[in-house]
Every structure is written in structure tokens, then in C-alpha cells.
Design a protein around this ligand. Structure first.
Ligand code: BG6
Length: 315
């Protein structure tokens, strides 16, 4: 082939424009994914607005997702970050939410994708992307409306930066009577070996031990996992980050905003066996749920008021 002497230069893709995140809607409009110029990426399923994947720039997954998780909208997702609202667990004694299924309807509803905002960056390392999702009385199904007849709207924002993921929720009471709710960001972290994990930031905190008759206990030192754990902590110092370390190395640091409680959950052998959508069965070794929420008490929202809470997970 003859090379032309005045061959034109290849065009820069978008001359002068700093690198920006790419956002795509995929899988028949069921998922939204975003990738930063530096390579980190997330995927959010519209079912539950569940973050199902968060990868570093080398493609390593940071969240645990069951191999048998249902991603077709037939069930809440087993893994990632399901969003719990308006009830944590079940609440047979709390009349307004007593009829709702475990962890409420938000994780089982199809959310709307409201749009993205990106911050431009001067280099490759400080770009970010925020994805917004919405759910409201107008968009939940009739069954959920019947079980929880309040007028509300939720905006859930998922923001990815090169070294952090922020998930935040705004809950608005659009009705003319107050309602009470609980909410939780049910994050499943992927870890290498549960027996090498330590969780700090919960020292000296009171907790409810759900595997020991809901007894009130007091944490001393770091949390380690050597069997089934299901605890609701009310951290003594709300500003202290909760840090998940493995083999002495900090992996995730969780800073909470207006979410006073932290649930720590690992189903261990028997509970994992009993969950049809939990695969592989020894996957409990590779996950730990550390869940920021407002669940110990009820949060009351007056007509017209809004509540805002969230977490920043840094790596
Ligand atoms: C945790 C609860 O937040 O979620 C546990 O504290 C519960 O009690 C776990 O077992 C999983 O709940 P589900 O409904 O997703 O199986």
C-alpha cells in the first residue's frame, strides 16, 4: 500500500471536551450502566433500583451478587444493594406497615430512570456520574398501594467516582397525613474470606442480636464473623466510618448521612442452604452485608416534609 504524503490526522473524538462518563440503558430497558473514563463502572437494575455491580478499573467486582439472583423482576435481588423501604423485616405490631412483605415494596418495584448528571474532569481521575431513579405512589403497583396507602415519592441517587460509590435517598410525604417509615441500604460487599474479615467503627455500640432472641447487647472491639450474624447496631459515634477490613487491610469505609443504624448480616451455612436464590451455597464465605439504615425506630414524616439519608462507600 502506498502511503500518502499529506495523509489527514485522525480526528480527536470530541475535540476540546474533557473525558466524560458513558451511560447506557441495556437489556430491554431493564438496566442502566455507567462507566467512568478511568474505567470504574456500575450497573443498576430498574427492578428495585438495585445496584447489581460495582467494578474497579481493572474489572474486579466489589459487590457480591448471588449466581441464582433473580434479575427478571420476579423477586428482590439477592446481592448488590437492594433498597429497603418502608419497613425493615416485617412489623406485625406496627399497624400501618403490618401487611407489607419483608423489607417492604421498594426493592420489588420497577423504578423509573430519571436521568444522569456527569461532572467534567480536567484529567481522567476526577470525573463522576450520578444516576437518579424515582418511585412514587403513581408508579407502584395496585397491590403495594393497597398494603401501604400513603402518598409518597422517592428519589434514589447513585453516584460513582473513581474511588467511591454514594447512594442517597430522598423520601417525600406527598399526602395530607403523616407516615412512619424505615429504610436501609442493604449492601452486600464481596470479600475473599469471611474468617479474615473485621468490622471496625461499631466498638462500644449497643446492638440487637436477631439470632439470640433480639437481646440487647454491647459490642466490645471489632466485629468478627464465625457463624450466623444478624445484628442491628446503633453506633455510639454516628460520624465514625464503619470499616470492613480483610487480613488487616481496609477494603471498604462507609460514612453515613442521617442513617443512624448499621445492620451486619451473614447467613452462614444453614441459612444460605435454606435460601433458594443463594448460590453458590458456600458463597456466605465471600460476602458480608453491612447495611446503613434508619431501622431501629420509626422515622415520622409530616405531610409535605422530606427526609434525606445516604452512604458514601470509599475504597
Ligand atoms: C437483613 C436482615 O437485613 O436481611 C435479616 O437483618 C434478613 O434478618 C436479611 O435475613 C435478608 O433478608 P431477605 O428478605 O433478603 O432474605
Amino acid at each position: 500500500m502506498v502511503d500518502r504524503p499529506n495523509k489527514p490526522q485522525a480526528l480527536a473524538t470530541t475535540p476540546g471536551l474533557p473525558p466524560q462518563a458513558q451511560v447506557n440503558i441495556t437489556h430491554d430497558n431493564s438496566r442502566v450502566s455507567a462507566v467512568l473514563p478511568s474505567g470504574e463502572c456500575i450497573e443498576v437494575l430498574l427492578h428495585g433500583a438495585t445496584v447489581t455491580s460495582w467494578k474497579d478499573r481493572a474489572g474486579n467486582e466489589r459487590l457480591w451478587l448471588s449466581e441464582a439472583a433473580k434479575l427478571d423482576g420476579s423477586k428482590a435481588v439477592r446481592g448488590g444493594i437492594p433498597l429497603v423501604f418502608p419497613v425493615f423485616g416485617t412489623a406485625p405490631d406496627h399497624e400501618p406497615t403490618s401487611k407489607l412483605p419483608q423489607h417492604g415494596f421498594a426493592r420489588n418495584s420497577r423504578w423509573d430512570f430519571l436521568g444522569k448528571s456527569t461532572t467534567e474532569s480536567s484529567g481522567q481521575t476526577d470525573a463522576s456520574v450520578k444516576l437518579d431513579f424515582g418511585l412514587s405512589t403513581a408508579t407502584i403497583d395496585d397491590e403495594a398501594k393497597k398494603l401501604w396507602p400513603f402518598s409518597f415519592s422517592l428519589i434514589y441517587s447513585v453516584t460513582l467516582t473513581p474511588d467511591a460509590l454514594r447512594t442517597g435517598i430522598v423520601i417525600t410525604n406527598d399526602g395530607d397525613q403523616p407516615f412512619e417509615f424505615q429504610t436501609l441500604l442493604h449492601t452486600y460487599f464481596r470479600i475473599g474470606d469471611i474468617t479474615k474479615v473485621k468490622i471496625s467503627g461499631l466498638e462500644e455500640s449497643a446492638y440487637i442480636d436477631k439470632v439470640d432472641g433480639a437481646k440487647e447487647k454491647q459490642q466490645t472491639g471489632d466485629v468478627t464473623i464465625a457463624g450466623e450474624v444478624d445484628r442491628v447496631y446503633h453506633p455510639a459515634s454516628p460520624e465514625t466510618p464503619v470499616v470492613v477490613s480483610e487480613s488487616g487491610e481496609a477494603k471498604f469505609s462507609i460514612v453515613r448521612d442521617n442513617l443512624g443504624d448499621v445492620v451486619v448480616w451473614n447467613p452462614w451455612v444453614e441459612k444460605a442452604q435454606g435460601m433458594g436464590d443463594f448460590e453458590p451455597k458456600d458463597g456466605y464465605r465471600n460476602m458480608i452485608c453491612v447495611e446503613a439504615g434508619a431501622v431501629k425506630a420509626w422515622t415520622k414524616l409530616e405531610a409535605g416534609d422530606a427526609y434525606e439519608g445516604g452512604q458514601i462507600i470509599s475504597v
